[in-house]
Design a protein around this ligand. Structure first.
Ligand SMILES: Nc1nc2c(ncn2[C@@H]2O[C@H](COP(=O)(O)OP(=O)(O)OP(=O)(O)O)[C@@H](O)[C@H]2O)c(=O)[nH]1
Ligand SMILES: [Mg+2]
Length: 417
């Protein structure tokens, strides 16, 4: 009996020891796993391009998009196209632009505007009239002045109020607005030939094109022109989204996602967060053990407002968020890779939209270089810990895989250091 009792004790001791060893091994395994994983956060305000950067990492590091992701993208892309056109249709009314509006030459604008001023009661946009009036009578008024844009906007508005609009385009607009939203679901997530025809008719209208040229004044997806260009292809029954389509697709992120990569033999865990104001409270729980931050700023939005309150400037929002987030005590020694993103849009925009309208301290000749340097400097000056952490600026075009591949070749070394 004594012997039996002793073997029972031995067995219990062996089990306990074995459990302890298992636990140690597990802890060691976990320690080894976490030790070699480089944790990277992609931060930035809403629609700055964070998820697009993550998509590029999937392409560049060989994971790509799964067939399920591709299939799910299809209806999101069709909806992106529909909502783009619906935004334009609504803006035609809010900006008071008549369908068929033809942008006048400078001479035509001056003449027409003089007529409108003479019958001042034809419209009541008093502020715009007063601000444009001086310029119209100014013989130095030239083609590059924003004053011309004010004058044309007044003319469009005056025409919108006085003319009976082209009924066929209004019918097309009605068809498209009813095809969006719930109706889109009813149609099985497909866009029929009738709706596609209406979209084409509207997109080719001179008034809608003029409205598109004023897109900084209302909310419109950055990829609108891309969807319009590819509308026939993406409305085909057998349509399968391409990599480029998925890069241009807009889906707001509502939860933090973790994606794992192996980059040059080392493991990365990349966290993509939702950037809209309501999403930001979820960020802090991921702030531990971060190796580097990629901070994305939509620099082309220097003359646009954010969606959340429709009044805060997009780049100002990004600067404020950068200041509060990247100076967080947990990030005192965390390097920040700053992506001034959407430079393809920025390059086009600076030809017509003065930066100084929104950033009065920008006093240089407006070139791509002077504007990007100005914004880089603004971000760098917000670094509260310049001795402990470095901000590495890059100018990015997130929807362009070659450009991002090039940027990442430089960035990977910084991230892994
Ligand atoms: N033209 C252009 N479009 C871009 C660029 N970067 C992103 N976009 C587009 O901008 C839109 C928004 O990009 P997202 O990556 O969804 O933005 P996000 O920062 O993840 O937004 P949230 O998830 O709301 O925080 C998408 O339609 C992208 O295709 C760019 O460099 N150029
Ligand atoms: Mg996102």
């Amino acid at each position: 009996m004594g012997c039996a009792a002793s073997s029972e004790v031995d067995q219990t001791a062996i089990t306990a020891t074995s459990k302890a060893i298992d636990k140690d091994l597990q802890l060691e395994r976990r320690r080894q796993e976490t030790e070699h994983v480089t944790k990277l956060l992609i931060l930035g305000s809403g629609e700055s391009g964070k998820s697009t950067i993550l998509k590029q990492m999937k392409i560049i590091h060989g994971v790509g998009f799964s067939s399920q992701e591709v299939a799910l993208s299809r209806s999101a892309i069709l909806l992106n196209m529909l909502t783009s056109m619906i935004s334009l249709i609504h803006a035609m009314d809010t900006l008071e632009i008549p369908y068929g509006f033809q942008v006048p030459t400078l001479e035509e604008a001056k003449e027409a505007y003089a007529r409108v001023v003479a019958q001042n009661d034809a419209y009541h946009s008093k502020t715009a009239v007063e601000s444009s009036e001086d310029h119209v009578n100014d013989p130095k008024l030239d083609d590059t002045l924003p004053a011309k844009q004010d004058v044309i906007a007044c003319l469009a508005s005056s025409e919108y109020r006085s003319m009976t609009q082209k009924s066929d385009l209004l019918e097309s607009a009605k068809l498209i607005t009813s095809a969006g939203g719930v109706e889109f679901g009813f149609r099985g997530g497909e866009i029929g030939e009738d709706v596609l025809g209406a979209i084409t008719e509207l997109w080719e209208d001179s008034g809608v094109q003029y409205c598109y040229s004023r897109r900084n004044e209302f909310r419109l997806l950055d990829s609108c022109a891309y969807w319009m260009k590819h509308r026939a292809r993406i409305c085909m029954e057998a349509y399968v989204p391409t990599q480029e389509d998925i890069l241009n697709m807009r889906i707001m992120t509502i939860n933090v996602t973790e994606t794992k990569f192996v980059v040059r033999g080392s493991k990365w865990a990349v966290y993509d967060v939702g950037g809209q104001r309501t999403e930001r409270k979820k960020w802090a729980q991921h702030f531990d053990d971060v190796h580097a931050i990629i901070y994305v700023c939509p620099v082309s939005g220097y003359d646009q407002v954010i969606n959340e309150d429709a009044k805060t400037n997009q780049v100002l929002e990004s600067l404020n968020l950068f200041e509060t987030t990247c100076n967080h005590p947990l990030f005192k020694e965390t390097d920040v890779i700053l992506f001034l993103n959407k430079i393809d849009i920025l390059k086009e925009k600076i030809k017509t939209r003065p930066v100084s309208d929104s950033f009065p301290d920008f006093a240089e000749t407006q070139t791509f270089e002077s504007v990007s340097n100005y914004f880089i400097h603004k971000f760098q000056s917000l670094n509260k810990y310049p001795n402990e952490k470095t901000i590495y600026p890059h100018l990015t075009w997130a929807t362009n895989t070659d450009q991002i591949r090039f940027v990442f070749a430089a960035v990977s070394a910084i991230i892994m250091k």
